[in-house]
Design a protein around this ligand. Structure first.
Ligand code: GLA
Length: 384
């Protein structure tokens, strides 16, 4: 009898262990995601992270600070996973040292000339954080706010929806904006990013995902100059020395900006071309061909065969070749990220649209909710 009782108790204990082992961290018993505590910031804010990885270990881990992608595991041709995006091991450096690694940037992604614009006959002045301009929303942009995360389940997979309220007057912008970013990771290795927003007053609005990609793996410390890139754009927006568009939309044909056919990023980056001197390489907006959901860019690492295809319904794509990385920022695993060791591919409205009458109108208006989608699809391609 005694033996039986002990046996039953052991069985129960084992069953409990089993349950703990099969219930992944950050989920409820029913499998719904909850997020897990990540870090308490010095200012008292609690940061939570959400693990969207699938059964094969592929996928992102995302935190509510900046709705930031912390890591993204993608397989190479042999099925070997690597984290292909830059970031930090802890949350605090994202407030102090980060050139927008993995973050969602807004209320206006990219630059607004000298932080000034007029709307409906009224002049506005924004916080200047990138002399002499406003960059990525100002001093405290969406990337430095803690968003509210909640689990979502869609036909495509499991995900997390982050919501933020940007108050009227924040960083100088008019109107209270309620914005959400929803990330879903699919079984066939697509990261679906949906942006939604509403406002109480007309305001410039431009939102972008600002991940830094190195498809050889974020810890390889290799440059991305041998990655090949194709951009579906016949035109681009040249800039002045302060990286503000001139307003012209010249053809890329015959310039280093011609990525219509895939080529290594490093092939023309050293060409003598005034545009390449302003940002120290590629740091420009391409005018995407067509409209609606279509492929914007294809990035391939020829060594691992990893390929990332970016599709979007947005009009523009900022391709930034990591020219301001200089090995001084120490990221995940103690890696000092070197010069041009990652690229950002930011789907967006064009920079400085509030001051450019010839650009698509980036005004968010009451009663006209904003929705946009960008998909980062990962697979592999045989290269020689
Ligand atoms: C954007 C800009 C770049 C640079 C980075 C952050 O991509 O276009 O000029 O400011 O952000 O370092």
């Amino acid at each position: 009898m005694r033996k039986l009782v002990i046996g039953a108790a052991m069985a129960l204990a084992l069953a409990a262990c089993d349950q703990a082992a099969t219930q992944p961290e950050g989920t409820t018993e029913e499998g719904a995601m909850t997020g897990t505590p990540f870090e308490k910031l010095a200012d008292g804010r609690e940061v939570t992270k959400w693990d969207l990885r699938g059964a094969d270990g592929s996928g992102p881990i995302i935190m509510d600070l900046g709705a930031t992608i912390l890591s993204l595991q993608a397989p190479d041709m042999a099925g070997e996973m690597a984290d292909v995006t830059f970031g930090f091991d802890t949350a605090a450096p994202y407030l102090t040292d980060s050139p927008y690694f993995g973050a969602v940037v807004g209320r206006y992604a990219n630059r607004i000339k000298e932080g000034k614009f007029s709307l409906d006959g009224k002049d506005y002045t924004l916080a200047i954080n990138n002399e002499p301009n406003t960059l990525h929303g100002g001093k405290v942009g969406f990337d430095k706010r803690v968003w509210k995360g909640e689990p979502v389940t869609t036909a495509d997979g499991k995900g997390v929806k982050f919501t933020l309220v940007s108050p009227d007057g924040e960083e100088g912008y008019p109107g209270e904006v309620t914005v959400s970013t929803t990330y879903v990771w699919t079984a066939d290795h697509k990261l679906i990013v949906d942006f939604d927003a509403t406002t109480t007053a007309n305001t410039p609005f431009n939102i972008a995902q600002h991940s830094y990609w190195n498809l050889a793996g974020a810890n390889t410390a290799k440059t991305v100059l041998d990655h090949t890139l194709q951009i579906n754009a016949d035109k681009y927006t040249p800039v002045t020395k302060n990286l503000i568009p001139t307003g012209e939309l010249p053809p890329v044909e015959g310039t280093p900006f011609d990525f219509r056919t895939a080529k290594p990023i490093g092939r023309d980056i050293g060409q003598s071309n005034e545009q390449l001197t302003f940002g120290g390489g590629f740091d420009h907006n391409w005018v995407l061909n067509g409209s609606g959901m279509r492929v914007a860019a294809v990035l391939v690492d020829p060594t691992s065969g990893r390929r990332m295809t970016v599709s979007t319904d947005q009009p523009g794509l900022q391709f930034y070749s990591g020219n301001f990385l200089d090995g001084k920022v120490t990221g995940k695993g103690g890696n000092a990220y070197p010069y041009r060791s990652a690229v950002a591919l930011e789907t967006q409205y064009f920079p400085d649209s509030p001051n450019q009458t010839g650009f698509p109108d980036a005004t968010l208006r009451p009663g006209k909710p904003f929705h946009s989608r960008t998909i980062y699809a990962f697979d592999t391609v045989a290269t020689n």
